[in-house]
Design a protein around this ligand. Structure first.
Ligand code: UT7
Length: 326
């Protein structure tokens, strides 16, 4: 049998800003309580970037760790994709800024904007580059400063989000074309633009000329989340040719513990196989999956060769899933 080209994740890294903001601290600025936030979301605290830290700064920290884990240096990179909804500037792409800050050579660099689903979307783009022989060493980063998009008078949203970044290095590898191969094995990506009003930012360069603030009909998004995610997960598993019972670790987007638990339950995935960081990170949008992935690797739960299931859902509405053998 002829070998099959696979996109293999060879290193994972993450970065969280130092400042930790507790629910009790938020209760001083908005009408909420630790009890409500924990009960409805599972969130206890979140990290907040310093005023002088941009998304690219968080991205660079995570990228350096991912490169070190892969045994690579910035000089090896020929593709940088940053999934972010909180770019440093309207342009250039945050990825171009990351390239400069890392001192990486001239190559391909651009951002992917699919909000909380951005990391899964960006992985699929990197997979395409690798599959076409267009990238030999790719960096896929999810980096967000979501606290900058908050309306601090809106208790329904400002307690839910945090800042952080996670990154993976993706390189070509040889496989046999079956599920024993290391690499990105299957994707399912979706967008339903008719649901835009459920979750969006009310500003932009070609409309208001402002950055805007995040607006969300949380309970409506919640309603769609469990159903949409489950369908995409099943489609990604089918594309990869795996059964969900074969998954070692489920790494969902970290929006709400109740959504994580609901999706896992619906898919028949045991609680012990779910990597959950939402209690300490809150919702870091495109950064949440690689942050959780890096944590699972760092604490020894996730090991090379294991089968991982990633899923996310966010503004757009976008959603998607990926099966990967790490
Ligand atoms: O990553 C992108 C995807 N985003 C998500 O997946 C978020 C999905 N949605 C959610 O996680 C949940 O819907 C929320 C956590 C946002 C809200 O939980 P909920 O159980 O759906 O609450 P709700 O929006 O239906 O609001 C229930 C009540 C309301 O009060 P009334 O109208 O019943 O008197 C809200 O005003 O809770 C109130 N409320 C709060 N109370 C204290 C909303 N936010 C807060 C708050 N503190 N922070």
């Amino acid at each position: 049998m002829s070998p099959v080209l696979r996109s293999v994740v060879t290193g994972v890294g993450a970065y969280l800003p130092e400042e930790v903001v507790s629910n009790a601290e938020l209760a001083k600025v908005v009408d909420t309580s630790d009890e409500w936030i924990v009960d409805r979301t599972g969130i206890h605290e979140r990290h907040r970037a310093r005023p002088d830290q941009a998304a690219s700064d968080l991205a660079v920290e995570a990228a350096r760790k991912a490169l070190a884990a892969a045994g690579r240096t910035p000089a090896d990179l020929d593709l940088i994709i940053v999934a972010t909804t909180t770019p440093d500037l309207t342009f250039p792409a945050t990825a171009a800024i990351v390239q400069r800050k890392l001192g990486a050579p001239i190559g391909v660099a651009f951002d992917v904007q699919a909000v909380c689903s951005g990391f899964v979307y960006a992985l699929s783009v990197a997979d395409g580059f690798v599959a076409r022989g267009l990238a030999k060493c790719a960096l896929v980063i999810g980096a967000e400063t979501m606290t900058r998009l908050m309306d601090w008078n809106d208790r329904g949203t400002c307690v839910l989000f945090g800042d952080g970044a996670g990154a993976v290095v993706v390189e070509p590898g040889e496989g046999r074309g079956d599920i024993a191969d290391r690499g990105l094995l299957g994707f399912a990506l979706r967008c339903d633009g008719t649901k835009q009003d459920l979750l969006y930012v009310d500003g932009g360069p070609s409309t208001t000329g402002t950055v805007g603030k995040l607006r969300m009909q949380g309970n409506q998004v919640f309603r769609h989340a469990v159903i949409n995610i489950s369908e995409a997960v099943e489609a990604a598993a089918k594309a990869a040719g795996v059964q969900l019972s074969q998954i070692d670790w489920f790494i969902p987007h970290q929006a709400n513990q109740r959504i994580l638990a609901g999706v896992a339950h619906r898919l028949g995935i045991a609680e012990e196989r779910v990597i959950s960081t939402v209690a300490r990170h809150a919702n870091t949008s495109a950064a949440s999956i690689p942050l959780a992935w890096a944590e699972g690797v760092a604490d020894g739960r996730i090991k090379p060769g294991q089968l991982l299931l990633l899923e996310a859902m966010g503004g757009g509405l976008t959603w998607g899933a990926c099966v990967v053998r790490y």
